[in-house]
Ligand binder design. Sequence first.
Ligand code: MRU
Length: 353
Amino acid sequence: MKDELYQSIEWRDGGLYIIDQTQLPAEELIIQLETAEQVWEAIRQLKVRGAPAIGITGAYGLYLGIRDFEEGSYESFIQESRRLADYLNSSRPTAVNLSWALNHILEKISGQDGSTSLSNLKKLILHTAIAIHDEDRQLCKQIGENGRELVPDGANILTHCNTGGLATGQYGTAFSVIFHAHLQGKVEQVWVDETRPLLQGARLTTWEFQKASVPHSLIVDSAAGFLMSRGKVDMIVTGADRIAKNGDTANKIGTYTLSVLAKEHGIPFYIAAPYSTLDMNIDNGSQIEIELRDEEEVLAFNHQPSTPSGTKAYNPAFDITPHQNISAIITEKGIIYPEFEKNIRERFSVAEV
Ligand code: MRU
């Protein structure tokens, strides 16, 4: 059984390469991103997607945007880096990992001596981006190793959206928990929600489970409640795009619905995420900006129009799962149970979050 998983972002020979996720599963197309503008577009168009993955890509994007900056002082370099970080951060609003990664780099360079050369500042940005990327791989592996103890033998697990190596540096979040439980022979079946409208479950999660030889079946999103009512789901685990101080969690649209159904049926509902997804600057989920995407994504099915022309649509990309509906949050530092605010603080030092 393979215990290494797919990596969708690569920094090699001075260049940033990603798999274009909009083309999967039909084509495994690797593209190079050469400018900050291309990184912005790739994130916006979901060529690269998933909270940790957009943080990693955004970090490399900052380096790509600043690497040709030649003229100017330390102050103007910092100013230009801030401008680029704001620009990259404007590509998608909900996942905090993007602003976390960009701010992390800004803090590093702002802490330097004003006489540091531009070339050393650029090196520092690149090294920080590579470190964020490397760290995410390790955190995701650890999340899987920590979370697998929650998986009972012969488990039927339901998951939503895509949370694997495509969405992270490697291993994934919820995906990593399932994968590591699978390595122990505990997984009977994974129910993969197709995840309308962009089909991250149908197109991407099935592709990753297939590569990792994890037994799975695709279901339409609206079948989840029926499966739960028939006792076919032992646990639910999803990823997260932003977790507020009190544990309220933003994740792909439909996650909230699953959490309510899980509560009704007495099924444990877990969130898996690294510390870069925690936002300790906000008290609760009402403060999380929810990305509204183009109505065309809903008016078509897999790019084929599925409605009479002139139909209107409303397309929020994420929803908020209240902390009361979450049984535990699985992190690299262990499994965190309610009361989340107190227990997150205790597990992570203030400096980390
Ligand atoms: O719009 P997407 O595809 O970027 O949404 C991704 C999700 O909602 C994932 O569940 C989340 O980012 C966690 S990924 C490890």
